[in-house]
Design a binder for this molecule. Structure first.
Ligand code: GLP
Length: 266
């Protein structure tokens, strides 16, 4: 894994946007795996700005979002589809038919999940997957105990996740209890993964996921098995990493000697 400790959240977002931009220049028809939550918002802002001011082109890009609440319509203001439209899709030139955000009702959820997995395969697999991390170590909605080989499926949210996400709803009772989510196994098949975290609240779980044992109790720890992962955190989220000095040193040396290798495991 490459671990980059940025000074600020803004720098974190810029480094991630640089990596995505490089990917799009290399392969304009890239398949991007996208995440919701407050963490990637700054990266999406960067991408929107680069599209508007510098012509960064998304016309051939295909996107797959990680997850969505069960039974929440795409027009619901708290749905992840609404979030993505608002923060990214409405402001770039992605072709709407290339956008995939899970959407399903309880009655047909298995068929939907199978279809979603097939669509990812038909698109040629995900080139770059963006991730955030939940306070309990989840990636997408893979709550503690999720099999490290899990595929897209229905997942019951933990009490903590429901409480964490309640800030976006009018009250706790409105937060859905179920979500459709890519599995840990689905995520690990992405060719490249970028995981972001910012703020002191994430420091403990970031250290557990990156430097602790690989365990289904912290689904982000499964990323240790992937060959091309970049972890980008701000100084607060990186504050509990035991080898922080070493990670900083690598980053500084790369910036000085081989900037093109930032975000490439070395
Ligand atoms: C939700 C999403 C995750 C996201 C997490 C963290 O649970 N399903 O994909 O990583 O929230 O959210 P935030 O970035 O707001 O801390």
């Amino acid at each position: 894994m490459e671990i980059i400790i940025a000074d600020t959240q803004e720098e974190m977002s810029k480094i991630a946007a640089d990596m995505i931009e490089r990917q799009l220049l290399r392969k304009p028809s890239s398949v991007l795996g996208l995440a919701t939550g407050s963490t990637p918002v700054g990266t999406y802002e960067q991408l929107v700005r680069r599209h508007k001011e510098e012509g960064l082109d998304f016309s051939k890009v295909i996107t797959f979002n990680l997850d969505e609440y069960l039974d929440l319509s795409p027009s619901h203001e708290q749905s992840y589809r609404y979030f993505m439209d608002h923060h990214l899709f409405n402001h770039i030139n992605v072709d709407p038919k290339n956008i995939h955000v899970p959407y399903g009702h309880a009655g047909e959820v298995e068929e939907f999940c199978e279809w979603y997995e097939d669509e990812i395969k038909r698109a040629g697999g995900i080139d770059v997957q963006i991730l955030g991390i939940g306070a309990d170590g989840h990636i997408a909605f893979n709550e503690p105990g999720s099999s490290l080989g899990s595929r897209t499926r229905l997942k019951t949210l933990t009490r903590q996740t429901i409480e964490d996400n309640a800030r976006f709803f009018d009250n706790l009772d409105e937060v859905p209890r179920f979500a459709i989510t890519m599995g840990v196994g689905t995520i690990l098949e992405a060719k490249e993964i970028i995981i972001l975290a910012n703020g002191a609240k994430k420091a403990e779980i970031v250290a557990e996921a990156i430097e602790g044992p690989i365990t289904a109790q912290v689904s982000a720890s499964a990323l240790q098995m992937h060959r091309q992962v970049t972890v980008i955190v701000d100084a607060e989220a990186g504050s509990k990493l035991k080898r922080a000095d070493y990670y900083r040193w690598i980053f500084e040396e790369k910036k000085r000697l081989v900037p093109r290798l930032i975000g490439k495991v070395t």
